[in-house]
Write a protein of this length. Structure first.
Length: 41
């Protein structure tokens, strides 16, 4: 992963680009936790 300011690039070990993202500083990207939701099945 390479980060330069708001730009993020995710590459494989061979250098192939998997994803290029530009973060929006007006958005909240952190997940909201809900203690009522269980991930266990």
């Amino acid at each position: 992963m390479f980060v330069a300011g708001l730009h993020v690039r995710i590459l494989t070990e061979e250098g192939e680009m998997l994803r290029h993202l530009t973060l929006d500083p007006t958005k909240i990207y952190e997940a909201i936790r809900n203690s009522d939701v269980s991930t266990m099945s």
